[in-house]
Ligand binder design. Structure first.
Ligand code: COA
Length: 406
């Protein structure tokens, strides 16, 4: 078998045409408040021992009232932009994976775009539940490889504590809050996001769902379901263990590699038993699997980026490592990506850091001025109406525009 320099088997290129999507920036953000299993023991009929044994989770982070998916996402995004040493204006596109956004629209992505001052960027949310980050990675890499974009920001941000039924012991032990962000940039050096496989099976939609306020019909004979997580834990467990293994095998096969060529696997952090079961069936060494579910619980679309960022910061991922990230979740959805951690070195510059911080302040001022100008224009050009005052008041008080804490 041909091996490239450094003894590594070459990766089969699938439609990259000399344009590679490299990860050049990353950042994660978790709320400070820790909720332990012992805290949950006081809320529902459960025990620390049961939760640890069945899920591997000991504690998780819960957002305080001032945080939203936007504020957590912005803080993660700012870290990623700083690490990539780029300015908000360099972004062509912002993709946010979230299943817990405050609005159906405006998207969390647009609100993050506004607060970053990424004036050139398109922005949209993507809903693929806990697989969201893999889907976002696929969309971002596709845009870069096709020449549609040079620089893309992807963010996974969740406040699942607000869609959790805290009386349901089957779900409230699992889910939590957090955010992670990556910057992807084009390069002609082979590396970065080399392959992504995405799958879905809507026939299993009812196994894991959160009803929205929008219902086509409701007969009125019983109250509509609350916007909280409904889950069939046993069936989701079986589905997850199966697709995690098959997605890893598929993404590796597509690149002409073998499992032994993979240095590290970063799975969606849903349940330690799911991860263990699929790694056992693959016979992949557990010391090369990144696991932090015991400290953060299941943060849905944020779980993979939080785990990856932590692994990089702990030095568990080295230059030229080949990684597989794999996710599964509601939809049903699942997928995996194969990455080469060929980070192109960027030289941090103090001047640019200061400029970036200045641009964030400017972005807030611009956002406020834009809203005021729109209001004044409507009052003076078309005459005032009650709805103008209502809209202005709402946009001033609306949480998405609130100041990120740090
Ligand atoms: N504490 C104590 N007992 C609990 C409990 C809790 N938090 N939750 C459920 N139980 C009970 C059940 O009521 C049941 O009792 P019974 O036998 O008297 O009826 C018993 O424990 C076993 O329930 P079961 O649902 O079979 O447990 P399990 O071993 O499958 O574990 C999950 C439940 C939710 C931890 C597990 O199914 C799971 O993790 N599934 C995957 C969920 C997931 O990852 N979702 C997100 C995907 S992105």
């Amino acid at each position: 078998m041909t091996r490239r320099r450094g003894g590594k088997r070459p990766i089969r290129s699938n439609g990259e045409n000399g344009r590679y999507a490299h990860i050049t920036g990353w950042g994660a953000e978790v709320p400070e408040r820790v909720l332990t299993n012992h805290d949950i023991e006081k809320m529902v009929d459960t025990s620390d021992e049961w939760i640890r044994e069945r899920t591997g989770i000991s504690e998780r982070r819960i957002a305080d009232d001032r945080d939203t998916t936007v504020t957590l996402g912005i803080r993660a995004a700012r870290k990623a932009l700083k690490r990539a040493n780029i300015l908000p204006d360099d972004l062509d596109l912002i993709i946010v994976a979230t299943g817990s956004s405050e609005h159906l629209f405006p998207s969390t992505a647009c609100l993050i775009q506004d607060q970053l001052g990424a004036t050139r960027a398109g922005a949209f949310d993507l809903l693929a539940a806990c697989s969201g980050f893999i889907y976002a990675l696929g969309m971002a890499a596709g845009q870069i490889k096709s020449g549609q974009a040079q620089t893309v920001l992807i963010v996974g941000t969740e406040i699942f504590s607000r869609i959790t039924d805290w009386n349901d012991r089957g779900t409230c032990i699992l889910f939590a809050d957090g955010a992670g962000a990556f910057v992807l940039q084009v390069s002609d050096t082979p590396g970065g996001v080399r392959e992504v496989v995405l799958h879905s099976d809507g026939s299993g939609g009812d196994l894991l769902s959160v009803p929205s306020g929008v219902r086509a019909t409701w007969n009125g004979s019983e109250p509509p379901p609350k916007s909280v997580i409904y889950m069939n834990g046993r069936d989701v467990f079986r589905f997850a263990a199966r697709v995690m293994t098959s997605a890893i095998e598929e993404v590796i096969r597509n690149t002409g590699l073998m499992l032994s060529d993979i240095d590290v696997i970063i799975p969606h952090q849903a349940n330690l038993r799911i991860i263990d079961a699929s790694m056992r069936s693959l016979k992949f060494p557990s010391e090369r699997v990144i696991i932090n579910v015991e400290r953060y619980g299941n943060t849905s679309a944020a779980s993979i980026p939080i785990a990856l960022v932590e692994a990089v910061e702990q030095g568990r991922i080295k230059a030229n490592d080949r990684l597989v990230v794999v996710g599964f979740g509601g939809g049903l959805t699942w997928g995996a990506a194969l990455l080469e951690w060929d980070v192109i070195p960027t030289t941090a510059s103090y001047g640019r850091d200061v400029l970036r911080e200045g641009l964030y302040i400017l972005a807030r001022v611009r956002s406020l001025l834009n809203r005021m100008m729109r209001f004044l224009e409507s009052v003076f050009v078309r005459g005032p109406s009650k709805s103008h005052w209502r809209l202005l008041k709402r946009s001033e008080n609306s949480p998405p525009h609130s100041e990120p804490k740090k």
